[in-house]
Design a binder for this molecule. Sequence first.
Ligand SMILES: Cc1cc2nc3c(=O)[nH]c(=O)nc-3n(C[C@H](O)[C@H](O)[C@H](O)COP(=O)(O)OP(=O)(O)OC[C@H]3O[C@@H](n4cnc5c(N)ncnc54)[C@H](O)[C@@H]3O)c2cc1C
Length: 301
Amino acid sequence: MYDLIVVGGGPAGLTAAIYAIRKRLNVLLVSKDLGGKTNFRLELPGVEDYQVVRGLEIVGKFRAELEYLDFARHMEPVDRISRHQDGFAVHARRGGGLLAKAVVVASGTTHQRLNVPGEKELLMRGLCYSAISYAPLFIDKTTAVIGDGDLALRSAAELSTVAEHVYVVGPRAGVLESTLGRKLKEAENVTILEGYRVIEILGEDYAERVAVQGPEGQEAEVSADGTFIEMALIPNSDMVAELVDLDTQGRIKVDGRNRTSVPGIFAAGDVTDTYAEQVLVAAGEGAKAALSAYEYLLPTL
Ligand SMILES: Cc1cc2nc3c(=O)[nH]c(=O)nc-3n(C[C@H](O)[C@H](O)[C@H](O)COP(=O)(O)OP(=O)(O)OC[C@H]3O[C@@H](n4cnc5c(N)ncnc54)[C@H](O)[C@@H]3O)c2cc1C
């Protein structure tokens, strides 16, 4: 039986695993990949991205260590986590329960796709997620934000403070009655395409235009230097949905020490209800979760 199993190999999981190794815990990281979302990076023609806070140095260091320590990692998706005697069983997809006294869940979120022509080909080439990360690159440029909820409004509002123009494709009338919605409606550099949907992303090497269709069936094209898909993130929390408390968005509820509602199960990073999807936040939360798990395990060591 392991002392600790960490599920997820993104910034949160990698940091948790390395902290646990430093504490000399018998730890296993179980993940589909190493690096998580840090494996994605927006490319734009002629743009240097030194203004983006990536946090990749620390993630790269921890990742390299886990790549070297092959006994401490197991590359396979996890379907479910259940109670097992005094600890937990982590059920990996190809079978076999991996047993641990404690678990850190750091499985991140899944981004919703548009499922339109051009999206797959141009993703990360002018078409991206995470305006919160990349807004500083769009000073005096034209941008498009696609999404119908609060995340789209938040992203559009941030971009409108730096970009020459922002097109917001798809927000619903109700959402626009919020404080940010009203601000966007009044902003001179924002055009809201209410109720429109995207039908294609167009461009040669990079996304250059967004083809949209209005509620009456009318079609139009919007040109943009950068296009962001900002639809609600889906937390990868299914594996513990029947075990720990989730919030209304499906995120794992944690306290200030990254404890979930079940003693022995900890969680960190984007899969939790902690504020802000950022690499350095996830890494910090991963460190806290590992230290918290260590405190929990100490009487058994
Ligand atoms: C395109 C893009 C660009 C971004 N750019 C930046 C940036 O420049 N700066 C910044 O600070 N933030 C950026 N972010 C946000 C940042 O990447 C995330 O906040 C951060 O990676 C979250 O870390 P995490 O470890 O919580 O989750 P993730 O990085 O999502 O990692 C989750 C891990 O869990 C694994 N996993 C998921 N489900 C399972 C399962 N069932 N079984 C086993 N393993 C599983 C995944 O394979 C992955 O290894 C960006 C996000 C995106 C999408």
